[in-house]
Write a protein that binds this ligand. Structure first.
Ligand code: DX5
Ligand code: ZN
Length: 228
């Protein structure tokens, strides 16, 4: 089953509780929270206190995407705040094996993230340690950027890598995901689709979540696959 993860980066932060309720009611499967530190990426967003407040307002699993330097120093704080999934960038971890084990030791769903330019080869030794791999289909830091088309080949390659090893690692994709490219992503092997501006940039975010769920369920019966 394909999971839809609205990213609150594009939400109205002054009405966050209400916006989260809307996507939860529409059937979203998890909530994607982008943590940016102004160092690893050129933008600043939210920290553990905001995650803790969100935890109180929703039952959705919280998918915390750490775009920060030295993520090791903050894993405990985000776990304590109520994160259910935590992903760290391979590019920000000097000791990736240790960092992933640190997330795993908290009993959380553990993910590794690759920037667009980072090769799948960095997964060689850590694929068996993770529950999911997050493929960035834009350079991280901002919402509403254009989808990078070669991400599709990367997802296909990762799908093969996972299947060849008989693992059940999920593939998540983040950046420029839209109603138009959703089926191409699903057919390439993506199972968790993060979408920010497509959902919260709409006047009716709940309707977009329902459309995404509906469309993703039909991708293998001749659904749309235009990539824009
Ligand atoms: C980008 C973030 C994304 C962002 C996606 O650095 O990791 O999660 O919110 O936004 P859209 O869907 O608008 O590309
Ligand atoms: Zn993200």
């Amino acid at each position: 089953m394909i999971q839809i993860a609205p990213s609150i980066l594009a939400a109205d932060f002054a009405a966050l509780g209400e916006q989260i309720q809307t996507v939860e009611d529409a059937g979203a499967h998890l909530l994607h929270l982008d943590v940016m530190d102004g160092h690893f990426v050129p933008n600043i967003t939210l920290g553990p206190p905001v995650v803790a407040s969100i935890r109180m307002t929703t039952r959705l699993p919280l998918d915390v995407h750490l775009m920060i330097e030295n993520p090791d120093a903050y894993i405990e704080a985000f776990a304590d705040a109520g994160a259910d999934w935590i992903s760290v960038h391979a590019e920000s971890c000097a000791h990736l094996d240790r960092t992933l084990n640190r997330v795993r030791s908290r009993g959380l769903s553990t993910g590794v993230v690759l920037n667009p330019a980072t090769s799948l080869s960095v997964l060689e030794n850590v694929l068996a340690l993770v529950d999911f791999v997050l493929i960035m289909s834009v350079n991280p830091g901002f919402g509403a950027q254009k989808f990078i088309p070669y991400s599709l080949q990367k997802i296909e390659g990762l799908r093969k890598m996972i299947d060849r090893r008989g693992l059940s690692v999920k593939i998540e994709v983040d950046g420029g995901v839209s109603l138009d490219n959703l089926c191409a992503l699903v057919r390439s092997g993506a199972e968790v689709l993060v979408a920010g501006s497509q959902i919260f940039g709409s006047p009716d975010p709940g309707a977009v979540v329902r459309q995404m769920i509906d469309r993703s369920s039909g991708c293998f019966d001749g659904g749309q696959d235009e990539v824009t």
